[in-house]
Design a protein around this ligand. Structure first.
Ligand code: SAM
Length: 270
């Protein structure tokens, strides 16, 4: 999307969206001036944000690959974001071509892009829904059609939960999915950490305050608590870049301050 292109109906070009800001950080083109300005502000506060966004995406790819290697054949990707290659279904289909994937995001731009992308794949659907209403997601007809809850599933909450405030009950949201998941199912998440540099937390909190991209930074223990009921695979909850990174990805400049830290984990339902 550029300024010369039409803004899709229902989109306010004066309000940034986390999907489009993230798209800009990853080098995508589906963003508006307001998103780029917001992202540049984040980068001026925490210059490593672009690297961390890339590392977060690479973490997602490794987690999906591992779940597929473990036999998971159905995935629900909560807070999908604007399609970025490789997408969840591309990673899963390399291992299991018939794997089912339901993409869920509340952003209409995400819906627009995923629908075009998925038009030809009957095992992959996109649902526009709010994760804060897990019942509506779980009961969506597309989910009922594609997901067999008697079999293990892989649920992704990558880069999403920090947009959900404590009052919106992230633990309750996870519990709603956990209650429907068969034993042997997996949950993967990544989260903006309170253990980021204090300067980054303070400035990013101020920068995102009262915007739709307001972030809640949670501590290691708080994020671990969200994973209640799941047995974490090694190495547990660690910075996304360090999570099973054998891909020789470039190292993050660790000693540059301020640092935004995003940690990730993959848990198996006991
Ligand atoms: N999961 C992708 C990844 O990690 O590469 C995208 C992460 S992006 C930073 C966050 C996404 O979560 C955005 O696309 C945003 O629209 C979506 N999101 C945030 N809050 C949401 C909610 N309550 N319901 C559904 N989607 C949400």
């Amino acid at each position: 999307m550029t300024e010369l292109e039409r803004v899709p109906p229902g989109i306010d070009p004066n309000v940034p969206s986390s999907a489009r800001v993230y798209d800009y950080l990853l080098g995508g083109k589906d963003n508006l001036a307001i998103d780029r300005a917001f992202a540049e502000r984040l980068l001026s506060v925490a210059p490593d944000t672009r690297l961390v966004a890339r590392a977060n995406r690479d973490f997602l790819v490794r987690a999906v690959r591992l779940m597929a290697e473990q036999g998971v054949r159905q995935f629900i990707d909560l807070g999908t974001g604007i399609p970025t290659s490789p997408s969840v279904h591309e990673v899963a289909h390399k291992i299991a071509p018939s794997a089912s994937v339901v993409y869920v995001d509340y952003d209409p731009v995400v819906r627009l892009h995923t629908e075009v992308l998925l038009a030809l794949d009957k095992n992959v659907v996109s649902v526009q829904a709010d994760v804060r209403e897990p019942g509506a997601v779980l009961d969506a007809p597309e989910v009922a059609e594609l997901i067999d809850f008697s079999q293990p599933i892989g649920v992704l909450l990558v880069g999403v939960l920090h947009f959900i405030t404590d009052a919106e009950d992230p633990a309750g949201i996870i519990a709603a999915f956990r209650d429907r998941m068969a034993p042997g199912s997996y949950l993967t998440l990544s989260h903006a950490m309170a253990e980021s540099s204090p300067e980054a937390v303070a400035q990013l909190t101020t920068a995102t305050a009262s915007s739709p991209i307001q972030a809640t930074f949670r501590s290691h223990d708080q994020v671990l608590a969200l994973l209640d009921g799941f047995e974490l695979l090694e190495p547990g909850l660690v910075p996304v870049h360090d999570w099973r990174n054998s891909d020789d990805l470039p190292l993050l400049p660790r000693d540059e301050l301020p640092m935004l830290r995003i940690d990730g984990a993959l848990g198996r339902l006991r």
